[in-house]
Design a protein around this ligand. Structure first.
Ligand SMILES: Cc1cc2nc3c(=O)[nH]c(=O)nc-3n(C[C@H](O)[C@H](O)[C@H](O)COP(=O)(O)O)c2cc1C
Length: 115
């Protein structure tokens, strides 16, 4: 699977968009790709819980990965289970090379205790 996606990104980056960018820059037949791939198919880029569940229910993917929501919510799974609000991510701390923005987002418990 990694080879498939690396190839896609390398050859079609301008057509299908870059990680974190919009997904619909140009038409790309993800459903066709999914049909041709017989192993676990993981999708990502801009998903929230509702969209993830919609895609899983439709069989469009076997699992969904979360990037930025996980960085900014160390307890993302618990928050999604509870339907709790998510911390906003701070893009200024992405790729910073230090701990700031990676280990200092509050958990739900810490946030509630502080209020
Ligand atoms: C700070 C940061 C670091 C990332 N590092 C990696 C990485 O090392 N390898 C990788 O494949 N993707 C990396 N990504 C991309 C994410 O895995 C993911 O594809 C992207 O953020 C889109 O998903 P999202 O909308 O859920 O954030 C990174 C993204 C961010 C914001």
């Amino acid at each position: 699977m990694i080879i498939v996606f690396k190839d896609l990104l390398n050859n079609h980056r301008k057509r299908i968009g870059a990680t974190g960018g919009p997904r619909d820059i140009a038409p790309f037949d993800y459903a066709s790709l999914r049909k041709r791939f017989s192993r676990a198919y993981m999708a990502n880029n801009g998903y929230d819980l509702a969209l993830a569940n919609k895609q899983l229910d439709a069989g469009a993917a076997d699992l969904i990965a979360f990037g930025k929501p996980f960085i900014s919510n160390p307890d993302l799974v618990e928050r999604l289970k509870q339907g709790a609000p998510l911390n906003e991510w701070d893009k200024n701390t992405f790729y910073g090379g230090g701990a700031k923005g990676y280990t200092d987002y509050p958990t739900l418990g810490a946030k509630q205790a502080a209020e």
